[in-house]
Ligand binder design. Structure first.
Ligand code: G1P
Length: 287
């Protein structure tokens, strides 16, 4: 299975990130020196993806602009001889091909993915939820693409969550067929605490086959009155089988303030130029 395209839904309001996201898309909030969405696109690139389809709305065009050239800024940097920065800025524009489709009504994650149908057409593709950030060798989408190619099946990423947090996620049940790989038997979006045995939660990474679109067309609004991707996945899993893979590496939910702040520190610590002074400053603050 060759995955060339990724769909990244970015039309959500980002209420969890208010007031920071009042006039700036939540996907453009910085984590250290890059916007959240750049980390997601970089993860897609590491998995071999070439084309990014943003499912966007009228207030989010700045996301597309971020992955385009900025001739004025580049001219200023060139004149000032700031060649390193110039390269940083140009590299972002040259990362991937960008496409965008509007989600004119916010009817849910499943609806957002369905909006990308005409751009994805008939090939297998990935979906990445922009709030979920994943890092580590071989972590994230790369892991899913590998399993999907080996087994020629749709694959979704999962992680274990505490029993009292299942109501925040899509929850998957299945039979473990290899360490960290489950054959999915059922899936439910944000079940009430205490109503499911499984603690396998869907993280925002999916490798899907184009037949998902027919299921998205057919399903009725589900949890919260929205067209839920999880409901269409459950229907597709029943029809053709689907795997869940336990994701490795570190995950941050950029819409959660503690995780957002931790992600900033994590990336600061990864940068040799910053790490020692950052550690010293953190020690001062924590004492
Ligand atoms: C979406 C999905 C949910 C998944 C989650 C992961 O929910 O509907 O199944 O567990 O992403 O981040 P949202 O967080 O958009 O409500």
């Amino acid at each position: 299975m060759n995955i060339r395209k990724v769909v990244i839904p970015v039309a959500g309001w980002g209420t969890r990130s208010l007031p920071a996201s009042k006039n700036i898309p939540k996907e453009m909030l910085p984590i250290y020196n890059k916007p959240v969405v750049q980390y997601v696109v970089e993860e897609a690139m590491r998995a071999g993806v070439e084309d990014v389809v943003f499912v966007t709305n009228r207030d989010k065009s700045v996301i597309e602009d971020h992955f385009d050239y900025n001739p004025q800024l580049e001219a200023v940097l060139e004149r000032a001889g700031k060649t390193e920065l110039l390269k940083v800025v140009r590299d972002v524009a040259e990362m991937v091909n960008i496409m965008a489709v509007r989600q004119k009504k916010q009817l849910g994650l499943g609806h957002a993915v369905l909006c990308a149908r005409e751009m994805v057409k008939t090939e297998p593709f990935a979906v990445m939820v922009g709030d979920d950030l994943m890092f580590g060798d071989d972590a994230g989408l790369t892991q899913l693409v590998r399993v999907a190619s080996e087994r020629d099946m749709p694959v979704i990423g999962v992680m274990e969550v505490p029993a009292d947090k299942v109501n925040r996620y899509g929850i998957v049940s299945g039979d473990e067929i290899a360490p960290g790989v489950w054959s999915i038997t059922d899936m439910v979006e944000k079940p009430a605490v205490g109503t499911v045995d499984s603690r396998l939660a869907i993280v925002g990474r999916y490798v899907l086959t184009p037949d998902i679109f027919d299921h998205l067309e057919r399903i009725r609004p589900g949890q919260g009155g929205e067209i839920q991707l999880t409901d269409a996945l459950a229907s597709l899993a029943r029809e053709r089988g689907m795997l869940a893979v336990k994701m490795g590496g570190v995950r941050f939910d950029a819409g959660d303030w503690v995780d957002y702040l931790c992600a900033n520190i994590y990336f600061g610590l990864m940068d040799n130029k910053l790490s020692e002074s950052l550690k010293a400053r953190l020690r001062e603050i924590l004492c």
